[in-house]
Design a protein around this ligand. Structure first.
Ligand code: BGC
Length: 774
């Protein structure tokens, strides 16, 4: 049956039924027209599957900024291909990514999911990622359309911005991705744009996306983001997610019957849904899923994920301490060395086959030359209970009968949307791994009526959930802890009634005083040839749902670095974070490696980068401020967040940042000469330049071209990546985009004139040329 006959064969309620999800990550089937149930999955750094926590084991890729730091479209495409296979292995039709909102301010909590502050880099990389997915028959869903750059009050706040800012910055990645890679779906954001919910923004959805850009795919809401019936249906939203329930279903049928929504509007939504289903093989024939795909821990995937991570890392500073000499004695210090953060928090999070810690990665390369020393606490709320084994979760019905019981790798599960949903009570239990009796911090995370049995001690507590949407409650559940003396093999068991979101057991060593930890680190650093201190953020800062209040590293990590740097012969700092942090110790250390959130192969990738087995050839994708005060604020006032800075975000507005967008030293040095440009219709079409690798190692250069138009902020207009052996030169042609050589003034106007900068980040400009005049 073709799409038009399918639409014609269904009555109104049957059509409308298909326009709301059937579950958290699935759509209804309709056997009468040969429509199978479409399966969706987050997105964007791995294919999580249908469980919010503890579900299918799948590849955890490096986060979006680390991938973007390669500035490499071939790599972005390969990422899409890996994700397509990961989706196919789970019979998932639609991946909810890429996230292409911009880094408006580094205080944004969710930036780790989004590529960059720059719209051109974001759009071009996203288009390659989308092609990688869709060429293998899996739909991509660029999100969140539009102006969803921060999380505070994300479901209600209105982003207030003028059309120039919207067009030149925040719409541009969507424009590029739609025009260059034709995504089969787009997700509409939670927030309002200039007072109108993004899920019912006729002007932006019907007018710009579907009209001007000719988007023929499906627009779905973000989860629980649909705020109305008729207005959203008329505003271009095609699918309300998730379901069942929500503001469409019967209410939409009634709205059509009342004449508030016309039936052809419903038909158009269904047409787009069926087109998505036919593109992904859920309509018009049965899809055959490939078998024998590489497992998430296969050698192929491990090699790819190591390469994706290591090559994108950025050498921020290096006075010769990197690459590490493999024969040196290394003191490896820091909580992130032992408990390396592989991914950010929220809907992007998933369950990896393993996470190689930096301690394991470096030790497997250097053996006994490495001594590992724990650092200060980095989590302010809780730690993953690594000291539990034989963890088991059990669900009970109201009569106390066991419904199901499962072994678990983590002591945490989703009570909402997962296998435990609907149980009257849920129990999580584990056995402590200790060499001798010790006092541990034990407790629970999540809402409900709790009992906790720890060894012989029993406790009860109630944790309430004030209000809001259940999935939001997964992002920052409340917790309760107490200290208990436990012996090896004791069990800790938590049971909760009325669980609504997340059920988690906490068990961790009682934090040691920072002075003791720092003292031990300093002693280890003195005895080594080089101290490698690993610091960073965790999913407490880098998460969906919440923004940061400071760029400072959490806990006493700055004090740890400063103390080690004062004692060590040489100090290398590895930062395990996706988004800018303050570095008050920068002048005291010898080198800084920006490692991002490196995914499941984290430790092996960091070791490869530190030792120079892979050149960390990344270039920053966002500007690093020197202080919190330089970061644009993001807290809405009276429900409005004003983008008053206009187009001057990141490098477009910076004057003296700590590190410029585009900065990155790699492991060699470069000379530029013979730069020239060509123009077409007065716009810069291409820049040609000769680059010479003047170091003694092969290297990768990212040649960046910026335009500083008269009276407008500077902007990236093109780049090219080139691999050059030591001592050799390459002639590099950089194609420049016309899309960023225009300004919005009641319509697009070309920008002529100004300076063209050929640069290694705006702090290191190598040639300045004059742009053409129109
Ligand atoms: C996020 C989306 C995500 C969706 C489904 C929302 O909270 O904003 O990016 O795809 O949940 O998990």
């Amino acid at each position: 049956m073709d799409i038009e006959s399918a639409i014609a064969s269904l009555d109104l309620p049957a059509k409308v039924r298909l326009l709301t999800g059937s579950a958290l990550f699935a759509l209804h089937d309709e056997p009468r027209i040969g429509l199978a149930s479409l399966k969706m999955s987050d997105g964007p750094t791995g294919v999580r599957g249908a469980e919010l926590r503890g579900g299918t084991i799948a590849c955890v890729l490096p986060n979006a900024t680390l991938l973007a730091q390669h500035w490499d479209t071939d790599l972005a495409r390969e990422v899409g291909e890996v994700l397509a296979d990961e989706a196919a292995a789970q019979q998932v039709h639609v991946v909810l990514g890429p996230t292409i909102n911009l880094h408006r301010t580094p205080l944004g909590g969710r930036l780790f999911e989004a590529y960059s502050e720059d719209p051109l880099l974001t759009g071009v990389l996203a288009a390659a990622y989308v092609r990688g997915l869709q060429d293998k028959g899996i739909a991509a869903t660029p999100k969140h359309y539009v102006a969803n750059e921060s999380e505070t009050e994300r479901r209600t706040a209105s982003m207030v911005l003028d059309e120039k800012t919207l067009r030149e910055l925040y719409l541009l990645p969507f424009e590029i991705v739609v025009e260059d890679s034709s995504p089969w779906a787009v997700m509409a954001a939670y927030n309002n744009v200039n007072g109108v919910p993004a899920t019912e923004h006729t002007e932006l959805v019907e007018g710009v996306l579907k009209g001007e850009w000719g988007f023929d795919g499906l627009v779905m809401s973000d989860w629980f983001a649909t705020k109305s019936t008729a207005a959203s249906a008329n505003g271009g939203l095609d699918l309300a997610m998730p379901g069942p329930g929500g503001p469409w279903e019967d209410k939409l049928v009634a709205a059509v019957e009342a004449g508030e929504v016309s039936e052809p509007v419903v038909d158009d939504h269904l047409r787009r849904l069926l087109l998505l289903a036919s593109r992904t093989g859920a309509f018009g024939g049965e899809r055959s899923w490939p078998t024998g795909l590489p497992a998430p821990d296969s050698e192929l995937r491990r090699e790819q994920l190591r390469r994706f991570a290591a090559g994108g890392m950025v050498v921020l500073k290096n006075s010769g301490a990197l690459p590490l000499d493999a024969s040196s004695r290394v003191a490896l210090i820091g909580r992130h060395a032992l408990d390396t953060v592989a991914q950010g928090g929220g809907s992007a999070g998933l369950r990896p086959p393993h996470v190689i810690s930096i301690a394991d990665g470096l030790t497997s390369q250097l053996g006994p030359n490495v001594s590992v020393v724990d650092g200060v606490e980095v989590r302010l709320r809780y730690a993953a209970p690594k000291i539990l084994e034989n963890v088991r979760a059990t669900t009970y019905d109201a009569a106390g009968e066991v419904l199901a019981s499962r072994e678990m790798e983590i002591a945490e599960l989703a009570a909402y949307g997962g296998w435990a949903q609907g149980a009257a009570s849920i129990e999580v239990s584990g056995e402590v791994v200790l060499d001798e009796p010790a006092t541990l911090l034990v407790g629970v995370r999540g809402f409900g009526d709790w009992t906790l049995q720890a060894g012989t001690e029993a406790h009860a507590t109630r944790l309430d959930w004030a209000d809001g949407i259940v999935e939001e409650a997964l992002l920052k559940p409340p917790h309760w802890t107490t200290e208990v003396l436990l012996s090896p093999g004791d069990r800790v068991t938590a049971r909760v009634r009325e669980a609504s979101a997340l059920v988690g057991l906490i068990a961790q060593p009682v934090p040691r005083p920072p002075a003791d930890v720092i003292g031990a680190a300093v002693r280890a650093a003195r005895e080594a040839d080089v101290a490698v201190v690993v610091v960073g953020l965790t999913d407490e800062q880098e998460t969906e749902g919440f923004d940061k209040t400071t760029l400072a590293l959490p806990g006493e990590q700055d004090a740890l670095v400063a103390a080690v740097a004062a004692a060590a012969k040489r100090t290398v700092v590895v930062v395990n974070a996706a988004t800018p942090v303050l570095m008050p110790w920068l002048a005291q250390v010898d080198a800084v490696l920006w490692a991002g959130l490196p995914g499941q192969e984290a430790g092996d990738a960091v070791a490869a980068a530190l030792l120079g087995h892979v050149e960390p050839a990344g270039r920053l994708v966002t500007t690093f401020p020197r202080t919190d005060a330089e970061a644009l604020p993001l807290v809405p006032v009276d429900g409005e967040l004003k983008y008053d800075e206009g187009t001057a975000i990141g490098h477009r507005g910076a004057s003296d940042p700590l590190f410029w967008f585009g900065h990155g030293l790699g492991y060699t040095t470069w000379e530029y000469d013979a730069a020239s440009l060509s123009t077409v219709d007065g716009l810069v079409d291409a820049v040609s330049v000769r680059v010479t690798n003047t170091g003694d190692r092969p290297g990768r250069e990212v040649v960046q071209v910026y335009l500083r138009p008269d009276g407008e902020p500077v902007r990236l207009i093109g780049w090219a990546v080139v691999d050059v052996p030591a001592g050799e030169s390459a002639q590099v042609e950089v194609t420049c985009s016309a899309r960023v050589q225009r300004v919005w003034f009641d319509g697009w106007q070309p920008v002529h004139g100004g300076e063209v900068l050929v640069a290694r980040g705006l702090g290191d400009v190598r040639a300045t040329l004059q742009a053409g005049r129109g």
